[in-house]
Structures are given as C-alpha cells and as structure tokens.
Design a protein around this ligand. Structure first.
Ligand code: GLN
Length: 304
C-alpha cells in the first residue's frame, strides 16, 4: 500500500517528465487528482502524508493518472474547473474556462457599473432589470454566469451554436442556483431577432487554423469549433463586430477576448464599425487580451 506522500512524489515525477511540465504544476495536478479520489480538501493531504490509500482508491487514482499521462486535461478528469471563484462543470463539448478570461468578466462588471451611472434608458428602467447582457459562444456559461452571479440585477442572455455545450451551461445554472441567466441556441446573433443589449461580451474562437499550438497540451482535447476561426483567427471576431451594432443599445459596449497578437487588428475593425472609446486591456501576463468599444450615440453615428 502506498501513502499519500509516496503517490504524490511518484505521480508528480511521471507527469512532469511525460508531459514536459514543471514540477510545481505537476504537483498541483497530482494534489487535485488525490483530492478528487479521496474526496478531501488540499489541507487534508498536507496534514496526512502518511495515510495509506486503500485498493479502490489506488485503482481510481491510477486510472486518472494514466489518462493524464495520455494528455487528457485535468479539467476533463475532474469534470470541473474553477473560474471567477465559481465551480463550473466542464466536458469535452466545451472550452475549458481559462484564468485569462477572468479579465473579460472584470471589464464587463466595470462597464456595467459605468453604464448604470450614465445611460438614461437604464436609469428609467425598473431597478429589477438594470441592464441586459449578451454572451456570445458561452460554452460552459463561465462568463455569462460569473456576470449574472456578481450582478443579480442584470439579465444575462447567453447563446451557443452547440446544443451539447448549452446542456453543460444549463447544468451550471442549476449547480450555481442562478436565476437571472437564460440560454438560447444560436449561431452568434442568428436567433436573437430584434433584441438589443446594453453590453455584449464574447470569447469567440480566435486561433488561426493550422496554428502549431493546436497540437499541444489541453487544446487537443477541446472542441475545434471553440478554438479556430479562419486563416488569421479573426473570422468570428470580424463577424461579431460587424453585426453587433444591430443588437446593441446606443452607447452600449462590446467587449471581446482575442489572441496575444490580435489587439491592434481588433481595435481597427471596431473603429470602422461605429465604435468609439476603443481600448485594449492587458491580462496578468501583460498581454493585450480584451478589446472593447462603445457604440456611437445616435447623434454621432454619421461622424464615427
Ligand atoms: N485562449 C485559448 C488558447 O489560446 C483559446 C480560446 C479561444 O479561442 N477563445 O488556448
């Protein structure tokens, strides 16, 4: 029988050498797997290094370890991933929520505060329905539900073209007991009719087809439709920017996540499609990751 400490040491070494990832990350991954198998918190692992795993626990741990050694993402093995302090169910039908994307949520929350202070159409509405937010390509619902959770007064609509992804998002609504978010199957804006929103957010696919990084790490196990978008990765971003003015209230904001080298091009597309106050915001790694703009007000539409 192996102890928690033995398993941790051996598994950390094999993950690190097989998948070529650093020892610190490998150790965290092993701790996550052990927590899952033993159904304990991390503190328990640290406090009981000598505890032996029983036969069943050894088998369960080994099965997960083997899958990890074949490259399967930790989020798929655990079936969940934390994002913005909430725990989301994740399956191979959805993109795995990334820490980078928390920046998009932070920017959305900031814009909601400023919208509420400035827009007459919001001030005159019932406090119950302070603002309408749309999340395009919601996947697990991570962005939409983080916004809905932080702002119970906001009404969030989230769309995805994939029914399988929507099913995961709907399970996350239940899991997080959120009541101010609804989900619609839609290819970007296609099923939204004449609805208009105060804020539109999206983390669309933005990787170039054929990008070498699609053959490495977790992305190999994620849906390609959530990752790639044409030869330069910008097809969906361009389409969203082009169509967004028809679905935004005047002076509403559009906020988009994009690739590490796309900020300048995204800003340029926004500026040619009636957006003003165009800006980009850097993620924790110092990379411009979110770009946004405000739809010109009615009076300025002609000159913008
Ligand atoms: N940020 C992800 C990655 O580079 C891609 C997510 C996306 O295309 N929206 O792995």
């Amino acid at each position: 029988m192996h102890s928690i400490a033995d398993m941790q040491r051996e598994a950390t070494r094999s993950i690190s050498s097989t998948l070529v990832i650093d020892l610190t990350t490998s150790r965290i991954e092993v701790q996550c797997l052990l927590q899952h198998v033993l159904n304990v918190q991390r503190a328990y692992l640290l406090a009981h290094p000598e505890q032996k795993l029983d036969e069943l626990q050894m088998c369960a741990f080994d099965a997960l370890l083997q899958r990890r050694l074949h490259g399967e993402p930790i989020a798929h093995l655990l079936g969940e991933r934390e994002f913005f302090g909430l725990n989301f169910k994740v399956t191979p039908d959805t993109l795995i929520p990334r820490p980078d994307t928390e920046l998009l949520v932070e920017m959305a929350l900031q814009k909601l505060l400023s919208l509420h202070a400035t827009l007459p159409q919001l001030r005159s509405r019932e406090p119950k329905s302070a603002a309408r937010v749309l999340d395009l390509g919601t996947g697990t619902g991570a962005i939409a539900l983080s916004i809905a959770h932080s702002h119970p007064n906001v009404e969030v609509t989230a769309v995805d073209a994939s029914l399988a992804a929507l099913q995961v998002a709907r399970e996350n609504v239940q899991r997080l007991a959120i009541t101010n978010a609804c989900f619609v199957q839609s290819n970007w804006f296609a099923a939204l009719g004449d609805q208009r929103f105060d804020l539109i957010v999206s983390n669309p696919p933005y990787i170039s087809e054929g990008d070498i990084h699609l053959t490495q790490g977790d992305v190999r196990f994620e849906p390609l439709s959530a990752l790639t978008s044409g030869a330069d990765g910008l097809d969906d971003l361009r389409r969203i920017i082009q169509e967004a003015p028809n679905f935004l209230m005047h002076e509403g904001w559009l906020l988009l996540e994009h690739g590490h080298d796309q900020a300048e091009r995204v800003r340029a597309v926004l500026m040619t499609h009636q957006f003003e106050q165009v800006f980009s915001e850097k993620d924790l790694a110092g990379i411009e990751r979110v770009t946004g703009g405000k739809l010109c007000s009615l009076s300025k539409t002609k000159t913008c």
